[in-house]
Design a protein around this ligand. Structure first.
Ligand SMILES: Cc1ncc(C[n+]2csc(CCOP(=O)(O)OP(=O)(O)O)c2C)c(N)n1
Ligand SMILES: *[C@@H]1O[C@H](CO)[C@@H](O)[C@H](O)[C@H]1NC(C)=O
Ligand SMILES: *[C@@H]1O[C@H](CO)[C@@H](O)[C@H](O)[C@H]1NC(C)=O
Ligand SMILES: *[C@@H]1O[C@H](CO)[C@@H](O)[C@H](O)[C@H]1NC(C)=O
Ligand SMILES: CC(=O)N[C@H]1CO[C@H](CO)[C@@H](O)[C@@H]1O
Ligand SMILES: CC(=O)N[C@H]1CO[C@H](CO)[C@@H](O)[C@@H]1O
Ligand SMILES: [Mg+2]
Length: 676
């Protein structure tokens, strides 16, 4: 190993160790073991620290996010906007170096990792998006996209189901632009991996259709790592490199689980620094030669970006139409007037399932918004997520589609789909991507959904079969708690549209979103087109659908229960009660409206009853009384179920009357008026 390599690797190791020691918290083991690999891999990568969003950069994903002291050290040394002071603030409140890497907080961090298995799955999405982007825009004479996605992952990631789902799909799709390094250190928190993880990972990945390479001495053999990258680039498959390393390399506790997640002791740090020729009295020391070395690599990469910038200009003049589209997408702008493709409806239009209305919308919008790509977890026919003229995203050799295809066959892999969608969104180029499954099975992907929200990935779930209204499939398939869970997730928009105009409002919000993921809950059963709905009104998240002067009660509902509330209001009218109706398709959007608007919808002085055929948890924010379904559903015909659970005009009217009677003579404050 040359002197500069050795010095650089020692610097990375000691920065990570010092950061963990200063925080008195964190994970030194994996950074010590992976520093040589990080050094060797980043050398081969193409990226510009001064422009972390360059679209043709190579991406690096640290799937074992607990090793982030390593990532922060690399970002600092290469000259990203992350100072030595930031490293000293590791894990402190409001620092740029949080306990696990957060993509939207730190320049150069591609995706948020820490929950094991997510990063490798996001990387599949990054690689997929790159293939789609390259196949859409590259020309024989000008290449706009040719990058790679590199991943580090640990034993933990390889044990998680989500990683298996995503890796299986990556193998099927032959994503040869994906190169993953498994930190095979035989240690996780419980100790030796032989207590729980003894399968042959290499054979498993080969069976998935991956190329595999073994690097026996990941602690020293930089040449073998470079050769592995070269080999990975030469095959027509994704590659898994098994990198055998010693966790905590150089520490007195190396090779044990003791170094996984605890700071090294003072005497251990001292001997480690001495062994590496560093002054043990200094912390966070970076020799100038190391900065110079990485700066020279970064400068070379800047030249590559400059050349790429020039070829983009050439592209724009030679291919003006696609060039303009590319420029627009890179600016994060949607096509002009795209919203005019959104369908609108009147009460004269026939009743339809909102999942069908969703398909009709996609068939209008997908042709005019090229950055929309999507797919389904093997429920295409029931989800209606594939419009007829879409081509499948597939390796062309399969004869099933090609890489410019915009429809992804995710297979029965909801969690993998969720994580891959996050990766596609993280790629950039304004990708708006959606995935379809039954609403109930979005919960299978909850780990990925919460990371979409946390890391501001604007992905969309087309979540059909949204209630007991799905009927005969029964309680195993009927969502009860799903919406309550996702509505409780910060920064997640959860739409449950009531008719065609509200479906358009939901998609408008999803497609325009830059930072907020969306779940759009859609029915299997037909719903009427409502009098008084519109894209604009629904776009506020909640609005008065049936207005009454001095109402006796307001019924607030979502989705399939809105037309039910309208019918109940008519019934109440005949009984001498004035019942207003409010449609509330998305809590988050409604919560963001000015308080005076919200109070005009749900005012003081009127008792409010909410109606939704699932868990009533969360509705007390908007109503005084809740009519919900706080038990599992049942198997039967949808109409029979609605009757059985009393979600009928009579059942709703009866509860509205009880609400009126209960609140008679009592002062009534809107649930929106609160002390703080
Ligand atoms: C989904 C999830 N479950 C559990 C954890 C807690 N956790 C963090 S690291 C770790 C062990 C990981 O072992 P490995 O990937 O081998 O890392 P190493 O010890 O080699 O650094 C666990 C269980 C987590 N971060 N994410
Ligand atoms: C390439 O162009 C982008 C956008 O105009 C600019 O921000 C970036 O600095 C350029 N890169 C180089 C290396 O000149
Ligand atoms: C939600 O996202 C916005 C920006 O998109 C951010 O300012 C806000 O902090 C986020 N809130 C939460 C709770 O994450
Ligand atoms: C209830 O309202 C509060 C305050 O506006 C909000 O923060 C919270 O997310 C709401 N909860 C639900 C379930 O909508
Ligand atoms: C997978 C991929 O896109 N590979 C390309 C990477 O870039 C080089 C040129 O820079 C191409 O030759 C590869 O085909
Ligand atoms: C494009 C597509 O796959 N459409 C299918 C949607 O699902 C219905 C059945 O629910 C099929 O008839 C369509 O062919
Ligand atoms: Mg391990």
């Amino acid at each position: 190993m040359s002197d500069i390599n050795q010095l650089a690797i020692a610097t990375i190791r000691l920065l990570a160790v010092d950061a963990v020691a200063q925080a008195n918290s964190g994970h030194p083991g994996a950074p010590l073991g992976l520093a040589p690999a990080a050094h060797a891999v980043w050398k081969e990568m193409k990226f510009n620290p001064k422009n972390p969003s360059w679209i043709n950069r190579d991406r690096f994903v640290l799937s074992n996010g607990h090793a982030c002291a390593l990532l922060y050290a690399m970002l600092h040394l290469y000259g990203f906007d992350l100072s030595l002071e930031d490293l000293k603030q590791f894990r402190q409140l409001n620092s740029k170096t949080p306990g696990h890497p957060e993509a939207h907080e730190i320049p150069g961090v591609e995706v948020t990792t820490g929950p094991l298995g997510q990063g490798i799955s996001n990387a599949v999405g990054l690689a997929l998006a790159q293939k789609q982007f390259a196949a859409t825009y590259n020309k024989d004479d000008i290449t706009v996209s040719d990058n790679y996605t590199y991943v580090f992952l640990g034993d933990g990631c390889l044990q998680e189901g989500v990683a298996s789902e995503a890796s299986s799909l990556a193998g099927h799709l032959q994503l040869n632009n994906l190169i993953a390094f498994w930190d095979d250190n035989k240690i996780s928190i419980d100790g030796n991996t032989n207590v729980a993880f003894t399968e042959d990972v290499i054979e498993r990945y080969q069976a998935y259709g991956w190329h595999t390479i073994e690097v026996a001495d990941g602690d020293h053999d930089l040449d073998a790592i470079s050769r592995a990258i070269k080999e990975a680039k030469s095959v027509n498959k994704p590659t898994l490199v098994r990198l055998t390393t010693i966790i905590g390399y150089g520490s007195l506790a190396q090779g044990t689980h003791g170094v996984h997640g605890a700071p090294l002791k003072a005497d251990d740090i001292k001997q480690l620094k001495e062994k590496n020729g560093f002054d043990p009295s200094k912390t966070f020391h970076v020799p100038q030669e190391v900065y110079d070395y990485y700066n020279s690599l970064a400068a070379k990469n800047q030249e590559l970006e400059k050349e790429w910038n020039a070829s983009l200009e050439q592209y724009k003049s030679k291919y003006p139409e696609q060039g303009a589209e590319l420029a627009r997408r890179l600016n994060g702008e949607l096509p002009k007037d795209w919203e005019s493709a959104l369908p609108t409806y009147t009460p004269a239009d026939k009743p339809l399932a909102t999942r069908k209305l969703s398909e009709m919308l996609l068939s209008k919008v997908i042709p005019v918004v090229p950055e929309i790509i999507g797919g389904s977890a093997d429920l295409t026919g029931s989800n209606l997520t594939r419009t007829t003229d879409m081509v499948d995203f597939q390796n062309p050799s399969t004869g099933l589609g090609d890489y410019s295809g915009r429809y992804i066959r995710y297979g029965v892999r909801e969690h993998g789909m969720g994580a891959i969608m996050n990766g596609i969104a993280a790629f950039g180029a304004n990708y708006k991507n959606y995935g379809g499954t039954f609403l109930n099975f979005v919960s299978y992907a909850a780990g990925a959904v919460r990371l979409s929200a946390l890391s501001h990935m604007p992905v969309t779930w087309v979540a059909t079969h949204d209630s007991i209204g799905l009927g005969e499939d029964g309680p195993t398939h009927q969502p009860i708690e799903t919406l309550a869970h996702f509505r409780a997730t910060p920064n997640l928009s959860v739409w449950r549209p009531a008719d065609g105009n509200e479906v358009s409002a939901a998609y408008k919000s999803a497609i325009e979103s830059k930072t907020t993921p969306h779940i759009i809950a859609l029915t299997r059963q037909n719903l009427p087109q409502l009098e008084g709905s519109s894209i604009e009104a629904a776009g506020k998240g909640g609005y008065t659908l049936v207005s009454k002067d001095s109402p006796d009660v307001i019924i607030v509902a979502s989705g399939s229960e809105v037309s039910l509330a309208v019918d109940a209001s008519k019934k109440l009218e005949s009984e001498g009660f004035k019942a207003g109706v409010v449609s509330l398709p998305d809590f988050l959007t409604f919560d963001q409206q000015p308080q005076d608007y919200r109070l005009s919808v749900l005012p003081d002085g009127v008792p409010i009853v909410s109606v939704e055929v699932m868990s009533s948890f969360g509705w007390s924010n908007y109503s005084h009384q809740q009519f919900g379904l706080n038990r599992f559903g049942a198997s039967g015909k949808a109409e029979d179920l609605y009757k059985f659970f009393e979600f009928t005009p009579e059942g709703v009217a009866e509860r509205a009357v009880k609400t009126i009677q209960f609140y008679k003579g009592k002062p009534i404050t809107s649930p929106l008026n609160r002390a703080f």
